[in-house]
Design a protein around this ligand. Structure first.
Ligand code: B12
Length: 220
């Protein structure tokens, strides 16, 4: 079995120190952090996601796999993320209140940083006003909200209603995502953008910055 496949297996098995060691070895061997993420770590966590799509969701096993994924991603971050003096833009990223899932949100942060964006990560279980307060503090361009539960995805709408109440709606592009979120759901809550994964999210952010440079206001 090749090193990359072993990484997937270690994530699936929830073996964090082994995952970290193998990621380090793979980096020394190939130096290709993108490939290790795409072909090693992600298939590992996605296999767990598939397995727990049904009702046999088993929290301890899933937690261990999530931890192993994070250990691996931490090794890759310095290679993936750029430190830009002139950032492509500023984004606030977080998982909405009531929701502790943060793997997808971390991937969005990492891909954004890899694309030269400055990221303010508000973590998981983040209240609507925290997204807005941090966006104001760092003079952000985009607010990215993640939700993994059907029960919490509705709370994303609160960020939009609070932006309106605070007279800030036009200032920020709001992008939403996560497995229970779709384009039609994004339209329903009045979000500006939806994309399926972290890579397309960072690409969309680049397009948003071009629209902003052309004078676009959001929420119209
Ligand atoms: C790992 C996991 C956990 C871990 C989370 C660990 C962590 N640190 O994140 C733990 C064990 C803690 C957990 C807990 C729970 N979980 Co859970 N969990 C999962 C699991 C297996 C995988 C999620 C994951 O990380 N996927 C991998 C990442 C890479 O994918 P992703 O997050 O979807 O992100 C991708 C895209 O969606 C997108 N994306 C994500 N965010 C954003 C944001 C933007 C702006 C954009 C554009 C894109 C984007 O980009 C990413 C890919 O590049 C899913 C199953 C599944 N099929 O998804 C269940 C699942 C989400 N969990 C579920 C449930 C029910 C729970 C619990 C309520 C269980 C319980 N009884 O306690 C609790 C929730 C507690 C809470 N209040 O939040 C259900 C949700 C069902 C539903 N319809 O609401 C699922 C679907 C499992 C199931 N079949 O029942 N869970």
């Amino acid at each position: 079995m090749c090193l990359i496949d072993k990484i997937s297996e270690m994530v699936r098995g929830g073996r964090a120190p082994e995952t970290q060691r193998l990621v380090r070895e793979a980096l020394e061997a190939s130096g290709d952090a993108g490939e290790i993420l795409e072909k090693g770590l992600l298939p590992g966590i996605l296999a767990i996601s598939e397995r727990f799509r049904g009702k046999d969701f088993f929290v301890p096993e899933t937690l261990l796999a999530a931890r192993a994924f994070k250990f691996g991603l931490a090794e890759l971050k310095p290679r993936l993320e750029k430190q830009e003096e002139n950032p492509a833009g500023r984004v606030v990223v977080g998982t909405i209140e009531g929701d502790v899932h943060d793997i997808g949100k971390d991937l969005v942060s990492t891909m954004m940083r890899a694309s030269g964006f400055l990221v303010e990560d508000v973590g998981s279980d983040a209240p609507a006003d925290l997204f807005i307060d941090r966006a104001e503090a760092v003079q952000a361009d985009i607010i990215c909200i993640s939700a993994l539960l059907t029960t919490t995805r509705t709370a994303m709408e609160k960020v939009i209603s609070r932006l309106k109440e605070r007279g800030l709606r036009e200032k920020y592009a709001v992008m939403v995502g996560g497995c229970p979120v779709s384009q039609s759901f994004a339209d329903q809550i009045g979000a500006d953008y939806y994309t399926e994964d972290a890579l397309s999210c960072s690409r969309k952010a680049g397009e948003i910055m071009k629209e902003k440079a052309e004078g676009k206001l959001w929420g119209k």
